[in-house]
Design a protein around this ligand. Structure first.
Ligand SMILES: *Cc1c(COP(=O)(O)O)cnc(C)c1O
Length: 427
């Protein structure tokens, strides 16, 4: 029988790279234990929500047509509300992605004359057109909804004075992005989000606080809805889909906020009552069930990568020892060769399309070529092992996911092997 090291070798990881990885790993025991403890807590949280909502075999069956009285859909939404400790939730395959879920939450809860405030700087790229920061058809701006932004302070702190000044009579909704996304600012912990919400509500109690929860679900024991958020919003092809959901988004929150979103998603008067689930519910349930451990695996991969690349002097955000609040790892290589080698490694480690070589391409909306590596079961799913970065200085890669820790580990070792082979590092 082949030993693990030999099997690695037969799959392109030499002894030196393997041994180096094991060495780094031996220093991460406590770290991984704490990640596992969080996963244990969140697994119980999800399980309890499923039991309390009385998920039954009938909930997993397909529905068609209007989807009136769709037991599985209604129960799943109860489960999400149970997990996030909210009054209600909207969890639908008709919500096509995270941007759609966020746009829906915003457009349905804002009215002409209202103002939207981001007290945490510029939101995720795709929201620029939703808000109208970059003009677009059907943006909030076109409907007479204005936007204000307060940037974070130099060190990543909240600019409380400026936020106080920015909240006015028109301020209806405050949007808070938990994950740094593809920026260099720190990701916000749930605790810090809670402090910000308390401050905002102290000034204006009836303002709606919405959190873009993408990439953050199940990384901590608490979710933003546990610390005062009126709505949490995310994508099912990230953490909460557990790698099984093939599409979808969710909005969990106060009844009125969720109802507004449902009336916008389907139609005024119909709201949550329609929207057949087809045969997707089993994947939604099972994906949510697996999500705490899948998220833990992705986190371990991120921590492992940070510790490996930090060792070679590459700037990593977050660093090897920092507390984690999302699953994204940024590594700066300073040279295009590093970015390309890293992406080659991730691609070569994939279960799907491992034989293709990722090439930089002109992606719409970007001013430089972008390289992306992913060999996913669900197209574009970023809870699966994936990496991307713009081919321009400082040549940083943003890396995330891994449906299992074992796969993330192999992928990262593969990137290291590529880096070694092209002379970017010496072991
Ligand atoms: C991914 C992401 C989005 C948008 O999600 P899509 O599914 O790509 O549309 C929004 N905000 C953050 C922080 C994200 O990470």
């Amino acid at each position: 029988m082949l030993q693990t090291a030999e099997l690695y070798k037969s799959m392109g990881i030499d002894e030196e790279v393997y041994a180096f990885g094991e060495d780094i790993l031996s220093s991460l025991k406590e770290r991984f234990e704490s990640i596992d403890e969080t996963a244990q807590y969140n697994q119980l949280k999800v399980l309890r929500a499923m039991q309390e909502a009385k998920v039954s075999e009938a909930c997993l069956l397909p529905t068609t047509g209007y989807g009136y009285n769709d037991l599985g859909r209604e129960t799943l939404e109860k489960v999400y509300a149970g997990v996030f400790h909210t009054e209600d939730a909207l969890v639908r395959p008709q919500i096509t992605c995270g941007t759609h879920a966020l746009a829906l939450a915003l457009m349905s809860n804002l009215r002409p004359g209202d103002e939207l405030l981001s007290p945490v700087g510029k939101p995720y790229d795709t929201l620029e057109e939703v808000i109208g920061i970059r003009p677009s058809k059907g943006s909030l701006a076109e409907y007479g909804i204005t936007y204000r932004q307060v940037d974070l302070l130099e060190g990543g702190g909240f600019d409380y004075e400026a936020i106080r000044k920015a909240i006015g009579a028109k301020t209806k909704l405050v949007t808070i992005q938990r994950s740094k996304g593809y920026q260099t600012r720190p990701t916000l912990s749930v605790e810090r989000i809670g402090e910000l919400i308390t401050f905002v509500k102290g000034i204006k109690p009836d303002v709606i606080c919405m959190v873009d929860n993408c990439y953050g679900e199940f990384v901590e024991r608490l979710e933003p809805s546990d610390v005062g958020a009126d709505m949490v919003v995310g994508s099912l092809i990230k953490n909460p889909g557990g790698g099984l959901a093939p599409i979808g988004g969710y909005i969990a929150g106060r009844k009125e906020c969720v109802e507004n979103a449902a009336y916008r998603l389907t139609s005024p008067g119909l709201g949550k009552e329609v929207g057949a689930s087809l045969s997707i519910l089993r994947d939604f349930y099972q994906g949510l069930f697996l999500s705490p451990t899948v998220t833990a695996g992705a986190l371990k991969g991120a921590v492992f990568a940070a510790n490996i690349y930090e060792h070679f002097g590459f700037p990593v955000i977050p660093n090897g020892t920092e507390e984690r609040y999302d699953i994204i790892q940024a590594i700066t290589f300073g040279k295009p060769e590093g970015l390309l080698a890293f992406c080659r490694g991730i691609q070569a480690a994939a279960p799907v399309d491992s034989f293709v070589t990722p090439e930089p391409w002109d992606m719409p909306g970007y001013d430089a070529k972008v390289i992306m590596a992913a060999g996913a079961f669900v197209s574009g799913s970023s809870i699966e092992l994936s990496a991307d970065g713009p081919l321009k200085p400082p040549y940083a890669v943003y890396f995330q996911g891994g449906l299992t820790w074992e796969h993330a580990k192999y992928g990262i070792l593969k990137t290291l092997q590529e880096m070694k082979n092209c002379g970017m590092i010496r072991l």
